[in-house]
Design a protein around this ligand. Structure first.
Ligand code: FES
Ligand SMILES: [Fe+2]
Length: 383
């Protein structure tokens, strides 16, 4: 599908904003009430990234995705379909699974309390002695489920009863990187970061390189910070690319590629690194030779968990010759992540001050105002 970007911005020293753009007021990063509203109107309503299909390759495999009061059992059924069931027994509400991942050996999910048992589709298959009650009909006691959509090997869920169709929300991305065969990629490494900052600061930090020269000297050397172009602004999907200086290079400690280019990467694409934020909880960074992605999970207004993952071709992961270069890609992004996290945490401290009103965005940060608008639109707020 053609990219439905509404604007194409190329920044340079002559770039001028048509209007003055200001940040959200501090309370959007600190208020418990606004945070609760964000959970209801954003995280429990939108498509959110929970993981990769490769994490549950076989029927009965599962992992949990936990966000505040909700716990979802993401599992694959015998028909190869991925389901996401609320981890809430329909008998008296017990949370059934506690291990973060595993395999349902009997192809069923059993509550440890009174042994109600559900199949992988979430249907109640057995409930001891309940057949003695004439009125009880098992059909009415399936697990509650979230909607599930897979895209390029990623698993998204939506907890709303009537969500916006995935195809509509993700229109600019559908087909965009299909030739790179993302579903075939495998997770080479994962790092979990737990930060003391609001989840929105992570999205904002990711979508601007105004901070790059000071915060990321190495990154700025590999990809000149003024060379950032946005090619997509579509609702909550924002993104663009930066040019890699070194021919055939990538984002590693020495700027060399970490592996061969992914299928379908040719011409200019060999020199581009894409930075896409998919509101509200995914950062997707396709490199010519690998893919980095982050899963953002809020943990209150002041805290966030980030799962950062490096995806490579399986044959590259399995080839010892690439071990060093994969490690270099991991080291580069871990370093860059930590540089970002430090300023995000410092910003969280500052925006909590009674003296912080709003900030004034620079000409390299107009996209951040789009992220803010998406939040305000979702909450039904105007400021
Ligand atoms: S609460 Fe689950 S079987 Fe009783
Ligand atoms: Fe950064």
């Amino acid at each position: 599908m053609e990219n439905q970007s509404s604007q194409y911005l190329t920044r340079g020293k002559d770039y001028e904003l048509k209007e003055q753009l200001f940040t959200l007021p501090g309370k959007y990063y600190t208020s418990e009430d606004i945070y609760k509203e964000e959970l209801d109107k954003i995280f429990y309503k939108r498509w959110i990234l929970v993981g990769r299909e490769e994490q549950i390759p076989h029927a009965g495999d599962y992992f949990l995705y936990n966000i505040e009061n909700e716990s979802l059992i993401v599992t694959r059924d015998a028909g190869n379909k991925v389901n996401a069931h609320f981890n809430v027994c329909r008998h008296r509400g017990t949370r059934m699974c506690t291990e973060s991942k595993g395999h349902f050996a009997g192809k069923s999910i059993q509550c440890p309390y009174h042994a109600w048992t559900y199949n992988l589709k979430g249907e109640l298959a057995g409930a001891p002695l309940m057949n003695e009650l004439k009125q009880f009909d098992k059909k009415n006691y399936s697990l509650h489920s979230a909607k599930v959509q897979t895209w390029e090997g990623f698993i998204f869920i939506n907890m709303d009863e009537n969500p916006t169709p995935f195809e509509k929300e993700f229109a600019p991305l559908i087909g965009k990187w299909t030739d790179r065969k993302f579903p075939e990629l495998r997770i080479a490494h994962t790092i979990e970061y737990n930060l003391k900052c609001n989840w929105k600061l992570i999205l904002q930090n990711y979508q601007e390189c105004y901070h790059c020269p000071g915060v990321h000297p190495l990154l700025a050397e590999l990809t000149p910070f003024r060379g950032a172009s946005h090619d997509c602004m579509h609702g909550g999907i924002l993104g663009g690319f930066m040019n890699i200086t070194k021919e055939g290079g990538s984002m590693t400690m020495n700027g060399e590629a970490a592996g061969p280019a992914l299928p379908g990467v040719a011409g200019n694409e060999k020199q581009r690194i894409y930075y896409y934020s998919i509101y509200p909880n995914m950062l997707l960074t396709p490199h010519p030779d690998f893919v980095l992605y982050h899963v953002i999970t809020p943990k209150g207004p002041h805290n966030v968990q980030l799962m950062c993952n490096w995806l490579f071709r399986p044959e590259v992961i399995n080839d010892p010759n690439y071990k060093e270069s994969i490690d270099s890609a991991i080291k580069f992004w871990d370093l860059t992540n930590q540089q970002d996290w430090q300023v995000c945490e410092q910003m969280q401290l500052g925006v909590g001050s009674k003296k912080f009103g709003t900030g004034h965005y620079s000409g390299m940060e107009d996209v951040l105002s789009e992220i803010d608008k998406e939040t305000l639109r979702s909450l039904g707020h105007s400021i």
